[in-house]
Design a protein around this ligand. Sequence first.
Ligand SMILES: [Fe+2]
Ligand SMILES: [Fe+2]
Length: 454
Amino acid sequence: MKITHSFLGENSLSITLLVEPNPQIESLFMLNLSTWLGLEIIGKKRAEFAINYLMEGKKADLIIVRNTIGKEASANSLIDYLQQNNLEIPVIVIGQSGHPLKNGHFAHLPNSLELKPLIQTAAHALKITAQDMARKIVPEFFPIPILYFKEIKRSVCPVYSQDFETEEYIKRSEANVDFDSALINTMIEEGVSHLFVKKLDRLQFVTNVTAELMNVIPEEEVNSEESLSIASKAVQLLGTKLTTIGVTEETIELANKNLARLKKTSSSHPKLASLLEKMIKNKSGYLFKHTQILTYVCLHIIKNIDWGSPEQEEKVCFISLFHDIVLETDEMAVIHSTKELRSAKFTSQQRMLVERHAQMSAEIVARFPHSPMGADQIIRQHHGMLNGIGFSEHYGANVSPVAIVFIVSEEFTRIVLARETGPFNIQEMIGELKQVFPTSRFQKVIALLESITF
Ligand SMILES: [Fe+2]
Ligand SMILES: [Fe+2]
């Protein structure tokens, strides 16, 4: 995608040269850097093209370059060029590399999909302060290059176009309603370069498009840290989609992709502590960490329990992904008792969502084709209430064996995440767990956690 952005007014035209071969990553960098910092971005696929651009004497205030592109040491060749020509342009290097990086770069961000550090570093390099950002005048209708609307099927907020003659804004699409793709193509042919979202909707819009773009980056083009960034965005994306468009072919496919990622990450980390460490480094939110660790713990128990089978493994992964799927924030995900809910600072709508999340998530699962047998019931009752509303400390005597595995795993996940960076004393943690669940049916399952390696 070739787009040049500049939409935050004349006072903010810092030109950034972005050297990135992957079209999705290029796209999401452009969208984020222009929205958050108001940068104008010029995309180049290789260092050579960026050097040609500079040789023509054109302006660049910042360079963001992928460390290695193919076999080429792109960052190093750009840094060389700048040094030989006494050009003092800050260089932000992204992505890992098989060769040592030369001195002279402003910063190196090994995970190219962590956008927050990228935005902060770019702001720092260009000396853009928070006050500068606050002073910026954002237009009431915020322009988004029309090409982005070809990458997404619908928008999370209403979309407008501007009439060429009257300059009035006309609503083209409602939130969460599929676009008419023929209409987008016609507008492009007619020379429309931007569509618009309301100022207050723009950040939500950009966050959503970012998640959509990340989700289609081919798995083989990213490293394990980047893959974790994608996985965490994708779980959130699934939640948003399920609550807005419901169970469709698209959400089913996304759910399957999520399940595959959760399982793969679990199996590629024999030690739980290293997985945790990676997630902390990745700044994953609680909601995602909780889902990923929970999958890991459930799988560990099922692999070690006498009635375990591949079908049961499928089932626990499915339940882990879906049990809290309607929850929107990390603050919501930490709540696990009526007392905590009461003292949390939520709006009444948020409070209701937390209170009913088990029921609502179960309802979604019940509509899912081929969902594992009994998964919806376990999800409905995962906080101990038969109807899925509210929280209870007591689980009924007739709770199923898989439900016990899940309940124990979830409590263990809470204990693990409470000490996050360790030390992990397994006996101590198990002791805590045994106090919560004193009955023998639970204690048998708890005993299987002793073989988890940290
Ligand atoms: Fe949960
Ligand atoms: Fe829950």
